[in-house]
Design a protein around this ligand. Structure first.
Ligand code: OOG
Ligand code: NI
Length: 447
């Protein structure tokens, strides 16, 4: 019997979700087309350098999605579905603190965690959960109504959860089950045609547009999907030329010479989508909601904690020239200053005794370093993306004590370990160094 493996499920899920979102939000299809066009130009212009941070096949298929759920129980189910696809929770993001507008959520990202799986398909989903118990946003009354409302809905059919459980434990599904699983999984993130209760939606919207998007409806949906592009400045120009309104800026470092760092992102503005609404008298009208959009990103090298501290410092200052002063303009510079993660590979250069330090091995051509691409998100950038697409700033009562939601709390809620992104990159780097040490017979000198 033919079976479909986890990575194939993941690749197919990403492909179908992208196709569905393109039907729902046609400007997203334009974004994907323009990204492809730009990637082809960069490949033409830069040759093999263009593929330094991932093969063109990987980059072309690469997407991240963003979804938002209402309760720990819903998040638990989401984790199951992504678990079926070989995607694990990585990182904890508290956007309540990162955003100046009211963004009452905490988040993690589900993604593959080992290099082989990432190379097959790196699909990742930024997943946020509403912090209903935070009194800065929801008073006791509103919280009760909201939690009632959320407890009555079912986002994922039991059959989907059962199939997900099987796919996760067997790491594959039969062809027939895979088809059923994919249909149900993609369907669960489709925009529902069910009318939105207008008064309830607006009550939540006064607190936060994100709260309304999550708790004001009885289902969930993709908030945005994001292709990867190799030249985001060029993409921004091309989209603008096509008359598509982009947000004001590209989030992240300015364009610079030298290796790309972490992440740069931008998006087109959320479009008014027709949505059916139920009025107080029970009648149904067609209104419009403006919450969904398309985002695009350029990915760079994963930075160490030291690199990240410098990155955050540069982002804090508005001075673009600071980046040049702070970061070396070569990969080797990043290595020497311990700012970036790399894997190290032996080069075939014949006989003789290799030196026993990494810098000398690099200098003498014994070893080649490959940058590790950043697979995660950035709180500042995420907050910027949330914020630039909200219609109002919402309200937050800062005189109240915040509710505690931290990484341990989130891990408990989903019943899974939340991986530390830095530890994952370090593990990959160290594994390559240990292997190198063995191959060159250095007896542990490199470790
Ligand atoms: C998620 C925003 C974060 C990113 O790329 O940083 C995000 C959301 O709007 O739900 O997707
Ligand atoms: Ni995003």
């Amino acid at each position: 019997m033919k079976t479909i493996r986890q990575w194939q499920l993941r690749a197919e899920f990403a492909r179908r979700l992208s196709e569905m979102y393109g039907r729902e939000v046609p400007a997203y299809t334009t974004l994907v087309d323009v990204s492809r066009e730009v990637n082809a130009e960069v490949l033409e212009r830069s040759g093999p350098d263009a593929e330094r941070l991932g093969s063109i096949a990987r980059v072309t298929a690469e997407r991240h999605g963003a979804i938002r759920v209402g309760t720990p129980a819903e998040l638990h189910q989401v984790a199951r579905i992504f678990g079926a696809l070989g995607m694990h929770p990585v990182g904890f993001y508290d956007l309540r603190e990162a955003a100046s507008s009211a963004v009452p959520v905490v988040s993690t990202a589900f993604r593959p965690i080992d290099a082989g799986e990432l190379a097959r398909n790196p699909f990742r989903v930024f997943t946020s959960m509403l912090t209903t118990s935070d009194p800065r946003f929801f008073d006791a009354d509103l919280r009760r109504q909201l939690e009632n409302c959320l407890s009555e809905r079912q986002l994922f059919p039991p059959e989907l959860i059962a199939l997900a459980q099987r796919a996760e434990s067997d790491r594959e599904l039969s062809e027939q089950d895979a088809e059923r699983f994919l249909r149900l999984a993609v369907g669960a993130f489709e925009l529902s045609g069910e009318p939105v209760d207008k008064a309830w939606y607006e009550t939540l919207e006064k607190v936060s547009a994100v709260a309304a998007d999550i708790g004001g409806v009885r289902s969930t949906h993709v908030n945005h999907l994001t292709p990867r592009v190799l030249d985001i400045d060029e993409l921004y120009r091309k989209m603008t030329d096509r008359g598509i309104a982009m947000i004001d800026a590209i989030q992240g470092p300015p364009r610079r010479e030298g290796p790309a760092l972490l992440l740069r992102q931008t998006s087109f503005r959320a479009l008014a989508e027709p949505r059916r609404q139920r009025l107080d008298d029970g009648s149904i009208v067609t209104g419009a909601l403006r919450v969904r959009f398309g985002e695009v990103e350029a990915r760079g090298i994963a930075l160490t904690k030291a690199g990240r501290a410098r990155y955050d410092l540069c982002l804090d200052r508005a001075d673009p020239s600071l980046w040049e002063k702070t970061f070396p303009d070569t990969e080797r510079g990043l290595i020497d200053q311990g700012l970036g993660f790399f894997t190290y590979h032996p080069q075939d250069i014949g006989s003789g005794r290799p030196p026993s330090s990494l810098p000398e091995l690099l200098d003498n051509g014994w070893v080649r370093a490959e940058p590790i691409v950043y697979e995660d998100f950035l709180p500042r950038s995420a907050a910027g993306i949330f914020q630039s697409n909200l219609s109002g700033t919402g309200t937050r009562d800062n005189s109240r004590e915040s509710a505690r939601y931290d990484q341990d709390w989130l891990a408990g809620a989903i019943g899974r370990e939340i991986h530390d992104p830095f530890a994952l990159y370090e593990r990959e780097q160290n594994a390559s160094i240990a292997e190198l040490d063995k191959v060159l017979g250095l007896g542990g000198a490199l470790r």
